[in-house]
Design a protein. Structure first.
Lengths: 517, 348
């Protein structure tokens, strides 16, 4: 997989390869009112290369991508596509120039078929000037064959996995003859196999001469896949390196402007009394006989592959989903099934995986989100005062260093990392005994990741029991006191901090998958 | 998975997979429940009262459904874009009264000109709705609730106590609702042509498909570069145009037009679309389904009358049908989602 071929293989050539630039952005400026989102957006993308763009939260990557996509128009700067100066008025202009953007969360139309999603707005027509579904299906199938991915072009997009949705976006880009493919954190929600598949596709496109801009927070991917790396910080271009002549440490230093000495600042704490005890939790077909406990001050990681049933267990514990058998006890007292209110009252906080959909009310302000779980304690005579709400929000916002223009701004305007902090603030304000965090650092950059880790560790240090679901092995190994590994709805391994290694965890997570092959 | 499948996939082109059988796709039709309901209803009623399916009976059924059908087709365009137009009853009323007035003022005007004027009038009112919604970015529900009252108010002020009767209009105009071609009333044939044209537009043209995309995910549609504003505006204009056509046909079909003509119709129209399988939050459904939904609703009324069932029950049954349509749709989507999940699990 790490073998490079095609024009991109010259990337590591120290004599300096000949590159033809397909896209150049220099000194792009973008402001929103008083906020400077991008001070110096600079990127030089060549044909036949995969180019990584890395930077912390709020470094301006998303703004840069949106300029390339034609969503935002830069206030100043130079923008060339294939040597020609361009200025996009809208998304259609950008597409016409051969730029395709694949967002972290693909935006397909759930009600339309896969084929139609690929060809919307430019469906092939028959002799009579009407859309030819046969032709559309044939071309879609051809694209999927070319990509080596079996997806039924006739099914509706609703219910497709994120990995398949991204493949559809890529198929669309290919059908558009895109010279530039921008992938904004495409791997954030993918499992290992899916990542390999995506990378194989990306390499094939590169070898066919496309320029690919790849945005990721995962350094193993950046270094394994990309030919060059451009670093941004605080809305400003820092540097571009040949991948072969730099290191993770050097890149991280440039990203944060300082050295991160402890990515996983786990403090040793003495585990206290059992806070959460789960016995025989079963929901047929989803999870079976789940037994575990979490003690005060302890971080227990629930590890495993995506789809192993980890989130489902957490949701059942918190009372969102049903379960058929088993019991959940908080501090020795049984918890009612399917009653999140009771779970909150018993002192459980839940930070969900999909913060956009489940953790935050995106259109409400930061302060109202932060105070959402607090409504009972903030209310006086059943009425919540705006002042009490703001005070609660400010206390926690400050503590977590949420970067918001104002607590009154809608949460949807914040970056991913800051949104995650608001979710944490929301639950911390309730003073929980147990905090369930599901993929706490998904889609968050290195600097904020460390901050979130420090926070979680600090919370454990204060005696809060933490149940952490994570697909990132380093996070699991670095943070957890104990690791529970799930596979196909069952716990297949219980490992101490000392026993837990990448090998033991991965083995327990995948053993049966391998044996079934 | 991964790359091995690359060579495997093109090697086994499965024809039955790439082209589902006609019967299988018929079974998956969203319109299937409403078609079945219609067939059962007609069969049962005809069995109990043979006159129901006599020549006159069928003609009455079709005549009664015609106007609601045209309105439902227009409404479907709007609902598919995740909007709604509650003002159609008022638009129909204004145009119907306008039609009556025109014939009084200019009795010799060609009938076709009256149709054109009525449809243009409707289109202007629809454009007004569309502009308010797309420019002010206020939900369609609110805007069209407002224009429902405004248009009705204008109609009241204009008509006052005046009513125009069939006698005020040329006989040829009224005959549109009496004459038949091959047993079908002329105005019903007009409705069928409208359904066919709009159905082809929605299924077979890019702007038509854009409407589905917009209703499916408006934000994504914008990101894709689909001209959302223009398309939504178009949907409202066409809906107004069709409401105008329905208004003219109303004046042909019914004896009197006045200040209250068409009031309350908007809910029947939305009901017809929903019963016909149009998703109220947009993105899916067809105009054919909505037209059949309209036919079903009006047929129920006729059937229950033929069976001498109390009026109260008629409305309750329409209500039950709406709920049934929604429940069936929900069950279907849950089931297909489960099926997809299982299929995916097998792939892993």
């Amino acid at each position: 997989m790490t073998h490079f071929s095609g024009p991109g293989s010259e990337a590591g050539d120290p004599t300096g390869p000949e590159r033809t630039s397909v896209l150049t952005l220099r000194g792009a400026l973008k402001t929103f009112g008083p906020v400077v989102a991008l001070a110096d957006g600079t990127i030089d993308l060549a044909a036949g290369e995969i180019h990584a763009l890395v930077g912390e939260n709020g470094a301006g990557k998303s703004t840069l991508v949106k300029i390339l996509a034609g969503v935002h128009q830069p206030d100043a700067g130079e923008f060339l596509v294939a040597g020609q100066a361009v200025s996009f008025r809208n998304v259609a202009d950008s597409k016409a120039a051969g730029i395709s953007v694949i967002y972290q969360e693909p935006t397909l139309f759930p009600d339309l078929t896969v084929a139609e999603n690929i060809f919307i707005g430019r469906q092939p027509k028959s002799r009579f000037g009407l859309i030819s579904r046969v032709e559309m299906r044939r071309r879609a199938k051809e694209l999927f064959d070319q990509l080596g991915v079996p997806i039924d072009p006739d099914r509706v997009a609703e219910g497709l996995s994120i990995a398949d949705q991204q493949i559809i976006e890529i198929a669309k880009a290919i059908s558009l003859d895109a010279r530039v493919l921008v992938m904004d954190e495409p791997t954030a929600a993918l499992s290992g196999v899916e990542v390999d598949r995506l990378f194989a596709v990306a390499r094939r496109l590169r070898d066919a001469g496309s320029g690919i801009l790849f945005i990721s927070h995962r350094f193993d991917e950046v270094f394994g896949l990309c030919d060059r790396i451009t670093v941004m910080r605080d809305g400003t271009y820092i540097a571009t390196h040949e991948t072969g002549s730099t290191s993770v440490e050097a890149i991280v230093r440039e990203m944060v402007g300082r050295d991160i000495d402890a990515l996983f600042p786990k403090s040793e704490t003495e585990a206290g009394d059992v806070v959460l005890r789960v016995r025989g939790l079963t929901r047929p077909g989803v999870f079976h006989d789940i037994d575990f406990e979490v003690r005060a001050g302890e971080i227990v990681a629930l590890s495993g592959l995506v789809g192993a049933g980890r989130t489902e267990v957490a949701r059942a514990v918190f009372g969102i989903d049903r379960y058929e058998q088993g019991t959940v006890e908080m501090a020795g007292r049984p918890l009612r099934r399917k009653d999140p209110r009771a779970a909150i009252d018993a002192g459980i906080g839940f930070v969900p995986e999909d913060r956009r959909k489940q953790g935050l009310v995106m259109d409400l302000s930061v302060e109202r989100n932060a105070a959402l779980t607090l409504r009972h304690s903030l209310a006086r005579f059943g009425i919540i005062s705006a002042r009490a709400e703001r005070e609660a929000a400010e206390t926690w916002g400050k503590r977590l260093q949420v970067k918001a223009g104002s607590p009154e701004h809608a949460v949807s305007t914040l970056s991913g990392g800051n949104q995650q902090k608001v979710v944490l603030a929301k639950w911390l304000a309730t003073d929980p005994k147990l905090l369930i965090v599901d993929e706490p650092t998904r889609g968050i950059d290195v600097g904020t990741k460390a901050e979130v880790h420090r926070l979680i560790s600090e919370l454990a240090g204060r005696g809060i029991a933490i149940l952490m679901i994570s697909s990132e092995l380093p996070e699991v190994l670095g943070m957890a006191d104990r690791v529970l590994v799930m596979r196909e709805g069952r716990i297949t391994a219980r490992l101490d901090r000392a026993e837990a290694t990448a090998e033991t965890v991965m083995h327990a997570a995948t053993a049966s998958l391998e044996s079934s092959r | 998975m991964s790359l091995d499948s690359k060579s495997a996939v093109p090697a086994h082109p499965t024809p039955e997979h790439s082209r589902p059988s006609a019967f299988a796709s018929f079974l998956r039709l969203r319109e299937l429940p409403v078609i079945l309901a219609l067939v059962v209803l007609v069969a049962v009623t005809a069995a109990l009262n043979p006159l129901f399916l006599g020549e006159q009976g069928i003609k009455d059924l079709l005549l009664n459904a015609t106007i609601l059908m045209i309105l439902a087709v227009g409404q479907t365009l709007v609902i598919i874009t995740r909007n709604i137009d509650l003002s159609v009853g008022s638009i129909l009323g204004l145009v119907a009264f306008g039609t009556g007035s025109i014939f009084v003022a200019a009795p010799n005007l060609p009938i076709i000109a009256v149709f054109v004027v009525g449809m243009l009038f409707g289109a202007v009112l629809g454009a007004l709705n569309g502009l308010l919604i797309t420019i002010a970015k206020v939900p369609a529900l609110v805007i069209t609730l407002g224009t429902l009252y405004i248009f009705r108010g204008i109609n009241n002020a204009w008509a006052g106590g005046t009513q125009y009767f069939a006698g005020d209009r040329p006989e040829a105009f009224g005959n549109l609702s009496v004459d038949t071609i091959l047993g079908f009333p002329v105005i019903t044939l007009i409705a069928v042509v409208v359904v066919a044209i709009v159905a082809v537009y929605m299924l077979g043209t890019r702007p038509g498909r854009d409407l589905y995309a917009i209703g499916s995910d408006p934000d994504a549609a914008r990101l894709f570069g689909i001209p959302v504003t223009r398309r939504v505006l178009l949907a409202f204009v066409v809906n107004g145009l069709l409401a105008g056509l329905a208004g003219v046909l109303y004046a042909s079909r019914f004896n009197s037009v006045g200040a209250t003509t068409g009031s309350g119709l908007e809910l029947d129209v939305v009901a017809a679309a929903v019963v016909g399988g149009v998703a109220i939050f947009g993105g899916s459904g067809t105009v054919v389904g909505a037209a059949i939904g309209a036919l079903l609703l009006t047929t129920i009324t006729s059937a229950l009358t033929a069976l001498r069932v109390d009026k109260f029950w008629q409305q309750a049954i329409v209500g039950i049908l709406i709920l049934a349509a929604v429940v069936i749709d929900r069950i279907a989507s849950v089931r297909s989602a489960r099926k997809l999940r299982i299929a995916e699990a097998r792939n892993v």
